[in-house]
Design a protein around this ligand. Sequence first.
Ligand code: PLP
Length: 408
Amino acid sequence: MALANENYLKTPEIYCFDEIEKRVNAFKVLHPNAKIIRLGVGDVSRPLPNEVVQAMHKAIDEMSHEEGFRGYSPPQGYDFLIEKILKEYRSNGVFLDKESIFVNDGAKSDIGNIGHVLGRDNIIAISDPVYPVYENATIMSGRAGVLNDDQKWSNVVYLRCTEETGFVPELPSEKVDVIYLCNPNNPTGTVMTKLELKRWVDYAIEHQSIIVYDGAYQSYINEPNVPRSIYEIKGAKKVAIEIRSYSKTAGFTGLRCGYSVFPQELLVYTKYGDVVPLIKLWSRRNANYTNGVSYIVQRGAEAIYSRKGKAEVQELVNYYLTNASLLRNELLSIGFEVYGGTNSPYVWFKTAYNQSSWKFFQQLLYENHIIGTPGVVFGSSGEGYMRFTGFSSREDTLLAIERLRKGI
Ligand code: PLP
């Protein structure tokens, strides 16, 4: 008899975005002609940068000849891409070695996979509200413990991230082993400054913890006191893995490519106190569980670093940032309490009349024909909040603003 991994049964059967779709479909039955504006799901809407498209066309042509054909990628990714990644880090004052970069098929995979190389008994810390994948990965890997009446898992430490903390996670009062941090943060759109992030690095050094630093939105940062990389903080190489993605930077949500950084200095421990560089374990996992990312997609990613590619990517990021800031300004002028939307494509705001997140979701859908993401799907501290994204088209964003102005 084949036994199931029952930890998988502990995660919600319906992913939060499926529930939103269910409700939108019910609305559509009643209002088949309504033009719905989607400011909910975090997927991009603009086409790929031309440089990326050209590079991929060229790569396909190469592959059609015997001399240019490529099979499996090197396990950590092609040198041509890794060199560009390192150069970009260097231009930001961060010096990494080639061996520390692992090209992947997007950030989500490694966020889940990191659990393979960490001991089962680690205490995991996540903020509340949070990008749901951190919590679900913790549950599915059997580390979460039991679900308490307050819907919190017994072995997970929830970092306070509320109005009082400016929706930036607060350091834990107890010792934790693995901390997921997202900067700029999804869902709240808030950012940690270098000074704030330094406190986390210092905490991790003191407690021999590690930080899984999700930098999926680093390209949206435009303030100098906000770090683009955790390695801008002294000592961070000893305690942090950094995960980055081309999804929201260059429209790769459908192409799939990103990378993770495992510095040689980052150490973990056996239960007998022996020291192991985490990269050693990750290299083994990588060699056994993945055959990498296609040559064509890696060539596409490389093109982002050319002069033209950089300009096109900046244009894309500016487009979404402008959408976010238009939404932010409108919500502020209506009188909402608003976070994010300046160094992030996400705008997080308090619901009208202190309504619950789902009630406000229904109101926005039925009155304004706008879809947001109810804050409560990101954790109980998200109750009473709503998330908009700047990822729609400019036309839809402006139309949404017009509708909000007419009445909410
Ligand atoms: N991390 C965060 C915080 C995200 O919001 C997302 C996607 O929305 C991801 C990771 C996943 O990115 P990718 O498309 O690279 O898997």
